[in-house]
Write a protein that binds this ligand. Sequence first.
Ligand SMILES: Nc1nc2c(ncn2[C@H]2C[C@H](O)[C@@H](COP(=O)(O)OP(=O)(O)OP(=O)(O)O)O2)c(=O)[nH]1
Length: 386
Amino acid sequence: MNRAPYAADPAASRGREFPEDRDGTRGPRSEFQRDRDRIIHSIAFRRLRSKTQVFVAPDGDHYRTRLTHSIEVAQIGRVIARELGLDEDLTEALCLGHDIGHPPFGHAGETALEEAMVHAGGYDHNAQGIRMLARLESNYPDHPGLNLTWETLEGLAKHNGPVSAANWALSDIDAAYPLELGQWPSLEAQVAAVADDIAYDNHDIDDGLRAGFLSLDDLMEIDFLADQFRAVEKRFPHISRDKQLRELVRSQIGLMVNDVLEHTRKNIVGLDTVQQVREAGKQLAGFSPDMADRERMLKKFMYQRLYYHPEQLQTAERARDVIARLFVAYQQDPTTMPDDWLERLPDTDPEKSRHIADFIAGMTDRFAIDQCTRIYGRAPQGLSNV
Ligand SMILES: Nc1nc2c(ncn2[C@H]2C[C@H](O)[C@@H](COP(=O)(O)OP(=O)(O)OP(=O)(O)O)O2)c(=O)[nH]1
């Protein structure tokens, strides 16, 4: 690996929250490789396979789930990291771990948990991801969570930029292991954030077309997509429309990646250390202003046409109802929880509600529906495909 001076260096890691003594079992991996591998082997990561990205319980096998999305983010993140001389393993760990705190049913589930937790400290998926990885996952003999390095926790907490230290989930971990929450994170974390945008901006077009919620005519309303589609048609006049659309998505990913590389390279000229990255006081890795404008326009379009499509809103309403009803059921009759969760249930709020939110947030879509069906005696309407 050709490491740039501003890259995060696993040999200079600030270490792990809990000292580890595993003589003879360490092998050849760097600290960041080990973090990536711990995430891949975690239960929380495996559960992403049955968590909603955009479509709840889609009929086809080809739609993205949170798991396939995370893998696509990691692919894009690694390409950018390698080109910039950053640590690919740390970038990959952050890309693979960035969505682990999503509850069942994506944003609909998150809205329901935000509402349920309004008097108990709130809920957000980024903070929950840290909580899952640093506290709730319990597969190791000598520490809670995965005991990830400071750099990985920092990157997961702040990949979208500085966050408030008052945040309910981060304050606990930050108190034990300060993450410098008010500063920008490493370039590896900033790359993971922009790779997330590049991945979902484009794969959601692909899935929206697949679902029939978007059409070529819709896409042609966006000038830069129309320009690109005409270029694709010119290059590949004889292939099917379907293949031309796939090529459009592919070329759009390439354009965005190249834009990030060019813009970021300009921003990091003269930087010699990762500490300078953190102290720069601004985002360094990301889209150029032009591409950022286009990307905002694309997101606005996707909200109007796909994410808030009437069918999606109806499904989201049903999914929110499942999460809200589960929360009420566990509050009113905790014996409906499995024994291992019941045994650890605190008596009073806000800890009691937080424990219930932890349980629900870790569920897959399928498990949430099963639990709701078991507790209320019938399957929730319109979600039985899960
Ligand atoms: N169906 C549906 N999907 C949504 C909605 N809002 C966002 N999405 C989808 C679009 C993307 O595939 C994905 C983006 O949300 P994420 O939470 O993964 O990324 P975001 O950039 O909001 O936050 P993050 O960087 O992960 O902290 O979720 C919505 O209201 N309905």
